[in-house]
Write a protein of this length. Structure first.
Length: 196
């Protein structure tokens, strides 16, 4: 079975799934379903704070969307970024989002599976053509910003990476403008969050 056939099969299977309590609809990458736990309150609070900061800076016609299916069938990948900056017009459809319309993808690291954001999505997003990727990590109070897609070992990869602690402002220089995210007041996970 080809990778495309496996992807189509997994997409069809995903459409018929009902997530178990505490889980979200799965993502698809590398010919497998990727199950994710539902976000905790501090995860969601982080998303709201970052979304509100960015929304106030975006030009007309651009929005910050939340948890939207982002599909690249040619690569066999379906990802659901926590936040993404896209044209409003891209969201006025019933179809999954085309990743080539995303200017910035943002992930808030969950305690249960940090490699999904730091390793897997850091490989998938440049392959999908998403030019800017921000990881916000409430586990240790850091953020990682990656941008400018190039090649590494024959595969698309971000050429630039900046990793700093909360308190430092993130500056995203995108083709439609420069946006900042102040991180000093972002919440950190509690010990209970980390045990989940």
């Amino acid at each position: 079975m080809t990778e495309q056939a496996i992807y189509r099969h997994l997409r069809e299977l995903r459409e018929h799934l009902t997530p178990l309590p505490g889980f979200m609809f799965p993502e698809i990458s590398d010919a497998k379903l990727v199950m994710m736990m539902s976000p905790r309150p501090r995860h969601q609070l982080t998303a709201v704070v970052v979304r509100d900061q960015l929304s106030a800076q975006l030009p007309d016609g651009m929005i910050v969307a939340e948890a939207t299916d982002t599909d690249d069938a040619s690569l066999g990948k379906l990802r659901v970024p926590d936040l993404l900056v896209v044209p409003r017009s891209a969201m006025e459809t019933d179809d999954p989002l085309d990743p080539r319309e995303i200017l910035l993808s943002i992930e808030i690291v969950s305690p249960s599976n940090p490699d999904n954001d730091y390793v897997d999505k850091a490989a998938d997003y440049p392959a999908m053509g998403i030019p800017h990727y921000l990881i916000v990590d409430p586990r240790n109070g850091t953020w990682t910003y990656q941008w400018e897609i190039g090649k590494r070992e024959g595969r698309p990869a971000y050429e630039n990476r900046l990793h700093l602690p909360y308190g430092n402002t993130v500056t995203v220089a995108a083709e439609l403008g420069t946006w900042t995210v102040a991180t000093g007041d972002l919440p950190r996970y509690s010990a209970k969050d980390m045990m989940r």
